[in-house]
Ligand binder design. Sequence first.
Ligand code: GAR
Length: 214
Amino acid sequence: MSQSCRVVVLISGAGGNLQAIIDGCDDNVNADVVGVISNKPDAYGLIRAHHSEIDTSCVIAYKNESRSEYDARLLAAIDKYQPDLIVLAGFMRILTDEFVSRFLGKMINIHPSLLPKYTGLNTHQRAIDAGDSEHGASVHFVIPELDSGSVILQAKVPVYPGEDASVLAERVHEQEHAIYPLVVKWFSLGRLTMTDGNAFLDGELIDPSGFAPD
Ligand code: GAR
C-alpha cells in the first residue's frame, strides 16, 4: 500500500483499544485514523479522538429503526472517510450480513476470548465458570457470522484460581492493547489479507488460532 492506510474505528465505550491504535499509528507512517464513529454519544472514546484531533461522528440508533436502516446510515457515515480499513473496537452492535459483506477483508474486530470459545457476551465470567486455565483475546476478520471470522492474532493470559472477572478483564485488556495495533500495522503494510475466508500474513495461511511465530 503506497499511500497511508485510512483507518476508521467504530466504538461504543471507553476506547482503550482506540487509544492503543491511535498511539500505534503515531509510530506507523503507513496508517492514519481518519475517523471515529460511535453509536453512543457519551462514549469516552469520542473524547480520546478529540484529544488527538481526529474527526468523529455519532450514529445513534432511532427507536423502532430496523438493523438495515441503521446500517445504511452507518455506511453513509463510514463512506465519508473513504477508509481502507474498518476497525471494530468495542462496537457493541450486531451488523447486518449485507453491511458486513460490503467490507469483507477490510473489517477487523477484537473479541475478549480465545475464539472459537465464548462468542457473544460475558466472556471473562464464562471462562472462569468453565474452570479454564487460560483466557485471552482474539483479533479476527469480520464475516456475517458473529465473532466467527478467521482469527489473525490471539493473546493468552493465565486464569488464576479464585480470580474475579473484573481483574481478569483488566489483564485481557492490557493484551488487547498490545495485539490490536500490531494487526492494524500488518494490514497497513499490505501484509495481511483475507481470501476465500482465510487470513494470510505475507502470503502464508494463518493458523486457525492466530499467527504464531516459529
Ligand atoms: C474490549 O475488551 C473488546 O474486546 C470488547 O469490548 C471491549 C472494549 O473496550 N469487544 C467485544 O466484546 C466485542 N464482542 P475499549 O472500549 O476500552 O476498547
